[in-house]
Write a protein that binds this ligand. Structure first.
Ligand code: UT7
Length: 333
């Protein structure tokens, strides 16, 4: 297990954007597909519905719309982007990277581009990577995108997972902050010993795709839900507290907590441990489900656009995902 904490010069999010597909899949729809019910799903997860991408809509298509909206809100031209990082566990294809696809779609011809694999923690990993790149002084404008077509890796016969996930994309523009605005502290962790609890087993070099892997349904998300739940609460709580300590802040100083949107019971457990009032939580999982790497940027964009998040606000991000990976970040908006 590793956990890295850092404080440095402040790098800010100067624009955000998001995209959700049109098609809505409700709990009642799911109850016609697997043995479940609206009551069970709402009680155990807090989710009511989620969005599902069109068949011809890939992760890069959704990411490109979110990216364009983020650039518009930052007032940045696509040609000014130095680097595109795409956090995704549902890339368009194994290679080329989804980041390169998005570069082409948005016309960011001066950027270099790569994908980052940290599942549901990917967006925060991307932000921390961008922070390091901008701090180096070499790169000025970085686009970090969390984009997922989770429906493409969901086993629609597995009621333990198919009720959870949705499709969508969010993006953020990162640049040097002014007057102290920006990232104050980060804590990033990984524990590869627990990888088996949440994975997509086949389609990589360990178990290449074959007729047998398709028959065995190995191209879908497999999760030990209960175990993942416990680790998620623990890791996000501890990382959040460490990030606050590093920033020299108390939980009472925080205006907004933006957690990964995996399950309302996980979010409530974290809030209870940290004594965060529920009105300080930014939550959208009841409408969109778990968007994996896209969860945090989508809920962030919603809170920025509807005016909840104002300049100067202190935001605490906490995330957790497959790997295991996790992280926390304190940022002054
Ligand atoms: O984003 C990355 C991180 N992901 C997460 O953090 C997800 C973490 N895990 C979870 O959110 C929860 O574990 C789940 C929502 C996946 C499951 O909730 P749970 O409270 O942990 O339920 P469980 O797996 O312990 O199952 C309880 C019961 C079982 O029945 P029995 O064995 O007690 O008879 C399950 O078979 O609920 C049953 N069950 C369902 N029943 C109706 C499981 N899924 C469903 C379902 N509808 N969809």
């Amino acid at each position: 297990m590793s956990e890295i904490a850092s404080v440095g010069i402040r790098i800010a999010i100067t624009g955000t954007g998001a995209y959700l597909p049109e098609r809505v899949l409700t709990n009642d729809d799911l109850s016609t597909m697997v043995d479940t019910s609206d009551e069970w799903i709402q009680a155990r997860t807090g989710m009511r519905e989620r969005r599902i991408a069109r068949e011809d809509e890939a992760t890069s298509d959704m990411g490109a719309v979110a990216a364009t909206r983020a650039l518009e809100s930052a007032g940045v031209d696509a040609a000014e982007v130095d680097l595109i990082i795409v956090a995704t566990c549902t890339p368009d294809m194994i290679f080329p990277s989804t980041a390169c696809h998005i570069q082409e779609l948005i016309g960011a011809k001066n950027a270099f581009c790569f994908d980052l694999s940290a599942a549901c923690s990917g967006f925060l990993y991307g932000i921390e990577t961008a922070r390091g790149m901008i701090t180096s002084g070499v790169y000025k404008t970085v686009l970090v995108i969390g984009a997922e077509k989770m429906s493409s890796i969901t086993d629609w016969e597995d009621r333990g997972t198919c009720i959870l996930f949705g499709d969508g994309a969010g993006a953020a523009v990162l640049q040097a902050g002014d007057e102290g605005h920006g990232i104050m502290s980060t804590v990033m962790g990984s524990d590869g010993s627990l990888g088996d609890l949440l994975k997509l087993p086949a389609g990589g070099s360990r178990t290449p795709a074959s007729a047998q892997t398709v028959e065995d349904r190995l191209h879908f998300t497999k999760m030990g839900g209960n175990q993942v739940f416990k680790h998620a609460v623990l890791c996000m709580s501890e990382a959040g507290q460490k990030a606050l300590d590093l920033a020299g802040l108390e939980i009472a100083d925080v205006d907004w907590v933006i957690p990964h949107q995996a399950n309302m019971r996980i979010i409530n457990a974290i809030a209870e441990r940290a004594e965060v009032p529920l009105e300080k939580l930014c939550v959208n999982l009841e409408r969109v489900g778990n968007l994996s790497g896209a969860s945090v940027p989508v809920v962030l964009d919603e809170a920025v656009r509807d005016g909840r998040i104002k300049r100067g606000d202190i935001i605490l991000f906490v995330v957790f995902g497959a790997g295991f990976t996790w992280g926390a970040m304190v940022l002054q908006w």
